[in-house]
Design a protein around this ligand. Structure first.
Ligand SMILES: O=P(O)(O)O[C@@H]1C[C@H](O)[C@@H](CO)O1
Ligand SMILES: O=c1cc[nH]c(=O)[nH]1
Length: 332
């Protein structure tokens, strides 16, 4: 069967074929697990079948004592970001955008002792803390939750903050690939004493759709580019302002120029693992981050709190608009 899925979407039209296309998974997602015909997906870990109950420890939920399909079966979009505050604001913003009554804004935070989670109709908003280990614990439990809940074709977004490379602070970057600290496009995790490398690439079609939506916003610029996911905020991101620094300013700028030549537009701390794990689960995902500083010009995050709060709403604007266009399209 011939498939045009790799075409870049322009003009904001949605390709209905893409929604259920199995070819796109094999082409763009390598080893991703296939979905069922109804859009639900199974977990590939065979050991899970031996469990009487699977406790999603950090979410404070399990698949025996909670009716997960009833609670989460309608989830279509999962939105993640570092802070609890941002996810609560996002939940309110999504409720407003989708005209969802406040009574449908479900605060699931009481279940979890780690993460704050809110459900607004088909949108689940949950914070993931800082860095890959915190984010991947949450993401893996959310992937299990979505599978047990029989959610159909869920899309997963990370709405974050980052340091920009040669772009004005306040710009938005949609990640095309994740780059690790040793400049490889992979998420690396030691498993049983050996390093496992999982490729880190994002869904080009989804990114183009997001760019189309973002470019309707005239108050800021949006770019698609690579994202370095560092394991540290200071030396790991070539900063000169940490408590320790064993390189010169020239070394820093030379490193940032290498990143620029590789097509990297921003640095944050989660993108590699986020793309690798969602891809492994066969789920479409995107990372949309605002930039707080131009790293060619400095390291300190100097804008006022009010400015930072305003800027961190930009990924929310893009994602909420994308979600509302999705429903507009469905209702036509
Ligand atoms: O989503 P957030 O704002 O947490 O993303 C970036 C990457 C790290 O988690 C954190 C560092 O300040 O911000
Ligand atoms: O420079 C920055 C800003 C926000 N988050 C990061 O990880 N880096």
């Amino acid at each position: 069967m011939k498939c045009d899925c790799d075409y870049i979407l322009t003009g904001g039209n949605w390709d209905p074929h893409y929604q259920n296309c199995s070819i796109i998974w094999s082409k763009n997602f390598g080893t991703a697990s296939p979905k069922n015909a109804d859009g639900t997906f199974n977990l590939t870990n065979k050991h899970l079948a031996k469990l009487d109950v699977d406790i999603l420890y950090h979410l404070g939920l399990d698949n025996k004592n909670y009716d997960l399909p009833k609670m989460f079966g309608d989830v279509k979009f999962v939105c993640m970001g570092g802070t609890k505050y941002r996810m609560k604001e996002l939940a309110k913003y999504v409720a407003n955008t989708l005209n969802i009554d406040c009574k449908d804004f479900i605060n699931l935070t009481k279940h979890s002792h780690r993460y704050a989670m809110y459900k607004v109709g088909p949108v689940l908003c949950v914070n993931h803390g800082i860095g890959i280990p915190s984010m991947t614990i949450l993401l893996q439990e959310v992937i299990k939750l979505l599978s047990y809940a029989k959610a159909k074709d869920p899309l997963i977004f990370r709405l974050g903050t980052s340091g920009g490379l040669d772009i004005p602070p306040g710009s938005v970057v949609i990640s095309s690939f994740g780059l690790n600290g040793t400049l490889e496009k992979s998420y690396d995790i030691p498993v049983l004493g050996k390093m496992k490398k999982i490729p880190s690439f994002f869904d080009n079609r989804l990114n183009q759709e997001l760019l189309y939506v973002a470019s309707e916003e005239k108050s800021f610029s949006t770019f698609i580019g690579g994202t370095m996911a560092a394991d540290d905020f200071y030396r790991g991101q070539a900063r000169l302002d940490g408590p320790f620094c064993d390189y010169t300013e020239e070394d820093k700028l030379s490193f940032i120029n290498t990143l620029l030549q590789m097509g990297v537009k921003n640095i944050e701390m989660e993108a590699t693992a986020f793309s690798a794990m969602t891809r492994e689960a066969g789920l479409r995902s995107a990372v949309v981050c605002v930039t707080f500083v131009n790293r060619l010009e400095g390291d300190q995050v100097t804008p006022t709190k009010a400015q930072l709060l305003e800027w961190q709403e930009r990924p929310m604007l893009v994602i909420a608009k994308y979600i509302s266009k999705y429903y507009e399209r469905l209702s036509k």
